[in-house]
Design a protein around this ligand. Structure first.
Ligand code: NAD
Ligand code: TYD
Length: 353
């Protein structure tokens, strides 16, 4: 079958990538969607079981740090568009091992840009290189204000600085080589299939296993949480309707102090597990703060709302309830990802903290 577009999604076996892939494969049968993923600890093909046999889906196992392989994939599949999500994504891991973040997030992105530039040349009509980034590039807010697309970059962790660097390089390929790029910077995501190193699934998993709930510092840091399906719908919107050369901030206008969020998860879990109220809260343990811990992130998403008509679809209580239900109903997924490497990571990160 001749496809209308051949799209390369990188990092499609990860958390956000799997939701984006499912949406593309199911909603756009005339697109061929190629998933390039190295299957690191964070990549999991079982996130994609329901679409793996679809006629418009293909998986390629490979590392974006391998320039030759990236070039081969571009020419083999006649790639017209890239949605680039592959990254090392966890701040705590970037503190203990920054080099992997520099390799994947910067060098990997440059390899993809070079392949797009080489394969597309001057034939850029209908081509698009869409880079998925984070609000963490803007640094840390005080009690007031929101990140807009014009907020100067001020990244403060190896993760956020590697993402900031890749954002700058993507924009430089637009200005220097006329490569048709788009970018978006999103706030914290939550939902099904998130690896339980991130706050929300880690707390759910620990409550399930009656383990301490580690809250960094005093739990006063603030994050702006967005349901992953709403991020996937925003990515779909920017991919199809966003302007070349533009950046869009994506967020939920949904700020929570960590401790308040942990309380909400505890209370919902007590109810869902039919436990005595307060059982889960009794597991909360304040632990040593993260080094360089950014105080507050919050997104002004008015550009994507006004220009492209995107809005989050559900409120936080609903999204969190769906998320907890997903983890409770997918015990084998959770057991699989928390065996092996996770145990070692967990004990290095939390024991004696
Ligand atoms: P994730 O860690 O769950 O998944 C990353 C995926 O990339 C995995 O499937 C992994 O196997 C793959 N990968 C890693 N290194 C690779 C390499 N060298 N070559 C090929 N594949 C590789 O990440 P996520 O949370 O889904 O984030 C996806 C993207 O969205 C990232 O670029 C991240 O910076 C960005 N983002 C994440 C959030 C969030 O809250 N999780 C918020 C805003 C932006
Ligand atoms: P995280 O999910 O790692 O996302 P990010 O650091 O990219 O925002 O963390 C969200 C917030 O929760 C952040 O302020 C750090 C805090 N946190 C804890 O208090 N305890 C934990 O065990 C983890 C993983 C995070």
């Amino acid at each position: 079958m001749e496809f209308q577009k051949n799209i390369l999604v990188t990092g499609g076996a990860g958390f956000i990538g799997s939701h984006v892939l499912r949406r593309l494969v199911n909603n756009y049968p005339t697109y061929k969607v190629v998933n390039l993923d190295a299957l690191t600890y964070a990549g999991n093909l079982s996130n994609l079981r329901d679409i793996e046999a679809a006629p418009n889906y293909l998986f390629e196992k490979g590392n974006i740090c391998d320039a030759k392989l990236v070039m081969e994939i571009f020419s083999k599949h006649h790639i017209d568009a890239v949605i680039h999500l592959a990254a090392e994504s966890h701040v705590d891991r970037s503190i203990s091992n920054p080099t992997e973040f520099i390799m994947t997030n910067i060098i990997g992105t440059v390899n993809l840009l070079n392949a797009a530039k080489a394969c597309w040349g001057k034939e850029i009509e209908d081509k698009c290189f869409y880079h998925i980034s984070t609000d963490e590039v803007y640094g840390s807010l005080g009690q007031e204000g929101l990140f807009t697309e014009k907020t100067p970059y001020d990244p403060r962790s190896p993760y956020s600085s590697s993402k900031a660097s890749s954002d700058h390089i993507v924009r430089s390929y637009f200005h220097t080589y006329n490569l048709p790029v788009k970018l978006s910077n999103c706030s914290n995501n939550y939902g099904a299939n998130q690896f339980p190193e991130k706050l929300i699934p880690l707390i759910i998993n620990n409550i399930k296993n009656e383990k301490p709930l580690p809250v960094y510092g005093e739990g006063l840091n603030v994050r702006d949480w967005l349901w992953v399906e709403d991020h996937a719908s925003a990515i779909d919107t920017v991919f199809h309707n966003g302007k070349i050369g533009e950046t869009y901030n994506i967020g939920g206008l949904n700020e929570w102090k960590n401790i308040d969020l942990v309380h909400m998860i505890c209370d919902q879990m007590d109810e869902k597990l039919a436990q005595k109220k307060g059982m889960s809260r009794s597991l909360i343990t304040f632990v040593k703060d993260r080094a360089g811990h950014d105080l507050r992130y919050a997104i002004d998403a008015s550009k994507i709302e006004n220009d492209l008509g995107w809005k989050p679809s559900i409120n936080f209580e609903q999204g969190l309830s769906l998320t907890i239900d997903w983890y409770l109903n997918n015990e084998s997924w959770l057991n699989d990802v928390t065996s092996g490497e996770y145990k070692k990571y967990y004990s290095n990160q939390y024991v004696n903290r």
